[in-house]
Ligand binder design. Structure first.
Ligand code: MSP
Length: 649
């Protein structure tokens, strides 16, 4: 993240496919970019942060069809979810681009024309194995077993089409040279090595048009083709900052562009895109950082497994800032990680409620009790904490420049831990009892106040709202996110009048949480089994009329010694009493049943069950799993005064 030329920083997320609703993977890249953007702003940089949606291609066309909508209607509707996600995550993006916008379409077409004119795009025929859902041809040596896609495992189909090709191979030596000279252009190192060995293995020309689908940007010279979705999508980074319409704006931001992406799309960003840029005569991105992937409680996240983590739900259940903190703290950026709600709850309780929350509470309480709520003076002396603060600022800076968010947070929490220890060591409550220790107590309280002022400032990039709330409690009016890190000076808070205290992060009771989660899982299971609908064959109204159902009241209930499931019931139909065996023992006690008004099927042939003759059947609704009822409720007439024996139809 170093940029010594001048203080300009342009950062992008990938543009998200709108064939699906947002999940934690999308939230992750957005939060990481947002944090990087916020950091640079607080370091005095001019920052442009771009995100958006990728709205063309086969996946979208198929998803729209499945919903019975036109692709345009579909993308207009779903892309809003990604805008809402930005809001829900408090992302500070300066722009949001959609690939269906005019400003983008004309740039794609213009770049395409330029490459045709200069002979870097030519017409040919393409034939190969194609993965329809992933929209990529798969080279034969990369196919999975039985000609499947190496990425998603689905079967490949042979495709042959007239196609326009981009002369990617021509620019490969130039790209290798660039990477040799710019080792930080692809990060982390493992991805740099991966890209270098891929490039050295040779790159074929790339098919950049399709005739097989309609939902895309038409080629400027040949309307039968649409632009390959990745060519289209990558261009967003240039079209959003005025490549065509606003050359000045483009020239300002472009030399400072850096992309953050998931490791799965690194070849598109570190091979295809730079080759396109070389052909177009544009600067290459300063950095591309590839982060890892999240699994969920040890498993790959997938719709079919039903374990997709919904970021909106996480924010609703645990709060935005704790969620942002967890995403960036839990896993070293660049590595894969495992998401678990229990781990999130653990971090809330230990790091946030305990470490940070307690430091704030204890400090403010002491300033209130011992100094009437006014921050005393430092007396110009240095403390362990003031010395450490300088080191922490440097460590955080270095970590943030390397996108090592977890390292930055670790450094901040070391400082918070040290500050909590400082309270235990200096024991202000003892100093307060001794008049002669007045100055010492001032010194301790002022240092603690400064430690909090700095800690809040340092967490502002990850937890902007929390940071503001802490400063409010410290009695500082300013919004920390507008503060410049370099202007922080230890001791400037002396004389401040502290504000009202409130709990920052309420502790979550783990036992209660586990209970609630278990109940939720059971509820979900029940809903899932209820959703398995098995239909009977169609019957006529006359068939239905053959079933005689009447209102009855249960008047007696007895156990049947031989049966675990059945009760022997006496039911009163008004005009007669009957004996009925009913398999509802698991759900009711005899006391609960006697007196209930129910619906009885009265014209069933009598059967003998466990030695008892049953003359009818009581109606119930149930959720079954593997043929066994897991939940059951009896059907009862709404108005219990309806006469017994009334017919149900
Ligand atoms: N539309 C393309 C990007 C085009 S950029 C010119 C795309 N979109 S995506 O919606 O499928 O993925 C967007 C990002 O989400 C990718 O960076 C991807 O790595 C990331 N993630 C998707 N699932 C993920 C996890 N389970 N974990 C972390 N990130 C993951 O690709």
């Amino acid at each position: 993240m170093n940029d010594n030329n001048n203080k300009v920083f342009y950062i992008t997320t990938p543009i998200y496919y709108v064939n699906d609703i947002p999940h934690i993977g999308h939230a992750y890249t957005t939060v990481a970019c947002d944090t990087a953007a916020r950091y640079k702003r607080m370091k005095g940089y001019d920052v442009h942060f771009l995100t958006g949606t990728d709205e063309h291609g086969q996946k979208i066309q198929t998803a729209a069809q499945a919903k019975g909508e036109s692709p345009q209607q579909f993308v207009d509707r779903i892309h809003m979810k990604f805008r809402e996600l930005c809001k829900a995550l408090n992302a500070s993006n300066d722009d949001f681009i959609r690939t269906t916008e005019e400003r983008h379409i004309k740039v794609v077409q213009s770049m395409f024309s330029k490459l045709i004119e200069q002979g870097d795009i030519y017409k040919g025929t393409y034939s190969g194995y194609y993965c329809v859902p992933d929209e990529t041809y798969v080279p034969e040596n990369a196919m999975g077993p039985n000609k499947t896609c190496p990425d998603c495992g689905r079967p490949l189909t042979i495709m042959e089409e007239e196609c326009y090709f981009f002369k990617a191979s021509k620019y490969v030596p130039q790209l290798i040279k660039f990477y040799e000279e710019h080792e930080k252009a692809v990060m982390p190192k493992i991805r740099y090595n991966e890209i270098m060995s891929f490039l050295r293995g040779g790159v074929k020309d790339i098919a950049v048009s399709r005739t097989s689908l309609k939902w895309g940007i038409p080629l400027p010279n040949d309307e039968r083709h649409v632009v390959y979705v990745w060519f289209d999508a990558l261009v967003n980074y240039a079209s959003a900052i005025g490549y065509l319409d606003d050359p000045e704006k483009f020239a300002y931001w472009w030399p400072h562009v850096r992309h953050m992406v998931g490791k799965d799309i690194i070849r598109f960003h570190c091979v295809i895109w730079p080759l396109m840029l070389l052909a177009l005569g544009l600067n290459l991105p300063v950095e591309v950082f590839a982060h890892g992937w999240w699994t969920v409680e040890g498993e790959k996240m997938s719709k079919s497994k039903g374990n997709v983590v919904d970021p909106f739900e996480m924010v609703k259940n645990y709060g935005l800032d704790p969620f942002r903190y967890f995403l960036l703290r839990e896993v070293p950026f660049g590595n894969d990680g495992d998401f678990s709600e229990l781990a999130l709850v653990g971090r809330i309780n230990s790091d946030l409620a305990n470490d940070l929350g307690n430091l704030l509470n204890r400090t403010l309480q002491m300033i209130r009790s011992y100094r009437g709520g006014v921050v005393p003076s430092l007396n110009g002396e240095k403390s362990d904490l003031s010395e450490l603060s300088g080191q922490i600022l440097e460590r955080v800076d270095e970590a943030m420049n390397n996108y090592a968010f977890d390292e930055a947070l670790k450094a901040i929490w070391e400082f918070i831990g040290r500050s909590n220890k400082f309270i235990d060591e200096t024991m202000p409550w003892k100093l307060a009892k001794d008049e002669s220790q007045n100055k010492n107590l001032d010194f301790v309280l002022a240092n603690l106040y400064e430690a909090l002022r700095l800690s809040a400032l340092l967490v502002a990039t990850v937890m902007p709202e929390t940071s503001k709330r802490i400063w409010e409690q410290l009695g500082i009016d300013e919004d920390p996110v507008k503060y410049n890190y370099d202007s922080f000076k230890w001791g400037e808070g002396s004389g401040n009048k502290i504000g009202k205290s409130e709990v920052l992060f309420p502790r979550i009771d783990i036992d209660e949480w586990k209970k609630a989660r278990k109940a939720k899982e059971e509820e979900k299971k029940l809903q899932e089994s209820a959703a398995v609908i098995e239909h009977e064959e169609e019957i006529s109204i006359d068939d239905f009329k053959k079933t005689e159902m009447r209102v009855a009241r249960i008047t007696k209930c007895e156990e049947i010694p031989k049966s675990k499931k059945l009760y022997k019931l006496e039911v009163d139909l008004g005009y007669e009493k009957r004996t009925v065996c009913s398999g509802i023992k698991a759900f009711f006690t005899p006391d609960e049943l006697v007196g209930k008004t129910v619906i009885l099927v009265t014209n069933l042939k009598p059967v003998k069950l466990c030695g008892v003759e049953s003359n009818g059947m009581i109606l119930a609704a149930s959720v079954k799993k593997d043929g066994v009822s897991e939940k059951l409720t009896l059907l009862e007439p709404e108005d219990k005064s309806i006469p017994l024996g009334s017919r149900v139809s």
